[in-house]
Design a protein around this ligand. Structure first.
Ligand code: NAD
Ligand code: DAU
Length: 350
């Protein structure tokens, strides 16, 4: 049998596919539209591997989805494909509605029709990969998000992910589709597109450019190394209870300014600036993100106790690995930051 991964040429999806094929013989169909965020370079090491089949398609294309379910016996869907960047959702929300809501709906429909009413007992699984942002923003001293927190999405991105979560949940409740939802905190690691904070800062630091901190930089995110997110999803696929939600996080709350200063210190050690100054001197405070969520934090107790999952990396080890990966893979960074990337920077940071 086969697993269908959507969005497997993006940041987390490509890490998931690479990790999966290291540990399993079960083949993967990797369906990705290849938007600006999808990159076949991430999958270069799989070239010629018969266990990996790439299909360029849009999850909104019902016929394309139907063809895949008809041609292969899909045991499980792991659904990553999405528009994922909050700032882009502020400039252009419609693509988020299309892919994240309509696309997820089409995928649920395709699975429902192909698998029929016995999907659960036949061992099928639909893992819907979502975000902690659906829960909204936390006050500084509030408890971390648990699976029972209410949904209070604040950006067009998080609203579209929340809508998709509701459809996924409803397909389990109404049709018995074997859905499990995961809500994860901020990821970082290899193949992270340099529009997001951590890879953007590494890239711009090395180029001698300003490091843009939105507002005062005291917003808090809860960081998880991407390999740990992938291991959590594998565990949920293996043993998660149908119709349940699992929060995934690493208990690594950091302010943005703290994250940026940590990256600067690592670069100071590994690739000192020729003028002897710290990369931290490039930090610049810029206009804040509209509606910027103040704090996210995940309570990952449920997945830890029920499924015995723990992250392998601390923030210190994960961020050092990440900086080292970017230093060793400047060719990858150069290729993804040519072309349309420059237009995005002008729009966002001009
Ligand atoms: P990404 O933007 O790096 O990758 C998204 C991938 O989806 C790309 O390869 C893109 O080409 C593909 N895609 C986009 N629209 C598509 C469409 N209509 N049809 C088919 N493919 C399409 O995103 P990511 O950071 O890897 O996030 C993956 C998933 O994980 C998303 O659902 C996101 O909401 C969720 N998530 C991300 C994080 C994070 O910190 N990055 C945290 C929690 C959850
Ligand atoms: O929490 C999970 C979410 O994390 C995922 O669902 C999203 O797909 C993913 O993009 C991420 O969203 P964030 O908005 O938290 O990530 P981003 O890297 O864009 O920003 C992290 C923090 O850094 C946020 O508070 C905004 C701030 N920031 C970001 C950029 C790009 C800056 O201060 N300056 C910047 O230039």
């Amino acid at each position: 049998m086969t697993i269908l991964v959507t969005g497997g040429a993006g940041f987390i999806g490509s890490n998931f596919v690479l990790d999966w094929l290291k540990a399993s013989d079960e083949p993967v169909i990797n369906l990705d539209k290849l938007t600006y965020a999808g990159n076949m370079d991430n999958l270069a090491s799989l070239e010629g591997n018969p266990a990996h089949r790439f299909v360029q398609a849009d999850i909104c294309d019902a016929d394309a989805l139907k063809r895949i379910f008809a041609s292969d016996d899909i045991r499980a869907v792991v659904h990553f494909a999405a528009e994922s960047h909050v700032d882009r959702s502020i400039h252009g929300p419609e693509a988020f509605l299309d892919t994240n809501v309509t696309g997820t709906f089409r995928l649920l429909e395709a699975a429902r029709h192909a698998w029929g009413p016995n999907a659960a007992s036949d061992g099928r699984r639909f893992i819907h990969v979502s975000t902690d942002e659906v829960y909204g923003s936390l006050d500084r001293d509030a408890p971390a998000f648990s699976e029972t927190n209410t949904y209070e999405p604040n950006s067009p991105y998080s609203a579209s992910k929340a809508a998709a979560d509701h459809f996924a949940r409803a397909y389990h409740h109404t049709y018995g589709l074997p859905v499990i939802i995961t809500n994860c905190s901020n990821n970082y690691g290899p193949y992270h597109f340099p529009e997001k904070l951590i890879p953007l800062v590494i890239h711009r630091a090395l180029k001698g450019e300003p490091l843009p901190i939105y507002g005062d930089g005291t917003q808090i995110r809860d960081w998880l190394y991407v390999g740990d997110h992938c291991s959590a999803i594998r565990r949920v696929l293996e043993a998660g209870r149908l119709g349940e939600k699992y929060n995934i996080g690493g208990f690594n709350e950091k302010t943005n300014i703290e994250v940026v200063r940590t990256i600067c210190a690592l670069l100071d050690e590994r690739r000192p600036r020729s003028d002897g100054q710290s990369y931290a001197s490039q930090i610049t405070h810029v206009r804040d993100r509209p509606g910027h969520d103040k704090r996210y934090a995940i309570d990952a107790t449920k997945i830890a106790t029920e499924l015995n999952w723990q992250p392998a990396e601390t923030f210190d080890t994960g961020i050092a690995r990440t900086v080292d990966w970017y230093l060793a893979n400047q060719g990858w960074v150069d290729r993804v930051t040519s072309g349309a990337y420059k237009n995005w920077l002008e729009k966002q940071y001009a």
